[in-house]
Design a protein around this ligand. Structure first.
Ligand code: MF3
Ligand code: CO
Ligand code: CO
Length: 250
């Protein structure tokens, strides 16, 4: 069942989305050489609490972090810890905030002094694909129109679309129906309805699409061990353009 939120629920989704985005941007601003991923997560945890929310990730199926921090060949679900960020790294910061019963889920990938043109292409293209997907998330469109738009952007840039992890409906729980793949033929799947809230989250790899889950049970790595980027917004489907709920403070 694809849930449609009421106007009152969307007000709450805007609040949790704004908090998640604020923390995402604040953490992204602290990504720098020498900083550990654990320090970023500690900061995130404190900021989420200070804003009146709680981490939607901590304890989720036993996940041990406040946020996910995924560096270079880590695709998603990197567990924060003692790893120090270095010049040339790309760092995905994924933040989920639960506030007043509703969740905002959002991610960005930060480049730390990256000069490699291929890596810059990877990060810029993944972000562009997120917005290409959002542009298709209008009431009346078919779900796979979003998926297809994302895939096209990645393919055209010579990148590989991760198939084992997908976007998702989001609301009272982090992962609701429908799944939102980052690939597929257009014109398939359910029609999108006004008030449906989904997390759109392209994950693109260099090298190949394959991924492996590390021995920690969480960290997803590219099989090629080449870099991967990830961007995510929680959006509400509207009659016209989708509303991005994970926008930070102006
Ligand atoms: N935020 C991730 C997503 O975008 C899910 C993280 S689950 C966790 O779907 F347990 F790793 F936090
Ligand atoms: Co996320
Ligand atoms: Co998500």
């Amino acid at each position: 069942m694809i849930i449609v939120k009421t106007a009152d629920e969307l007000v709450k989704m805007r609040a949790s989305g704004r908090m998640a985005a604020t923390v995402r941007d604040e953490v992204a601003g602290r990504v720098a050489p020498g900083v550990t991923t654990g320090e970023l997560a500690d900061f995130a945890g404190k900021r989420i609490i200070a804003l009146g929310g709680e981490s939607a990730f901590l304890g989720y199926h036993g996940y041990p972090g406040q946020i996910c921090v995924s560096v270079n060949d880590e695709v998603v679900h990197g567990i924060p810890g003692s790893r120090r960020i270095e010049i040339g790294d790309i760092v995905s910061i994924d933040v989920g905030v639960l506030y007043d019963g509703y969740i905002g889920d959002t991610a960005t990938t930060v480049m730390v002094g990256v000069t490699d043109r291929e890596v810059i292409n990877l990060v810029k293209t993944t972000e562009a694909a997120l917005y290409a997907g959002i542009a298709k998330a209008c009431a009346g469109a078919r779900l796979s129109d979003v998926s297809h738009a994302i895939e096209q952007v990645g393919k055209q840039a010579g990148l590989f679309v991760v198939r084992d992890f997908v976007g998702h409906g989001v609301g009272k729980t982090m992962h609701e129906e429908p799944q939102v793949p980052n690939f597929g033929k257009p014109g398939r799947g359910p029609r999108l309805k006004t008030g449906t809230t989904i997390a759109i989250e392209p994950m693109f790899n260099m090298g190949s699409a394959g991924v492996d889950v590390q021995a920690d049970g969480w960290t997803v790595l590219t099989r090629s061990r080449r870099p991967s980027a990830h961007f995510e917004h929680t959006v509400a489907v509207c009659d016209g353009r989708a509303e991005i709920l994970t926008v930070g403070q102006e």
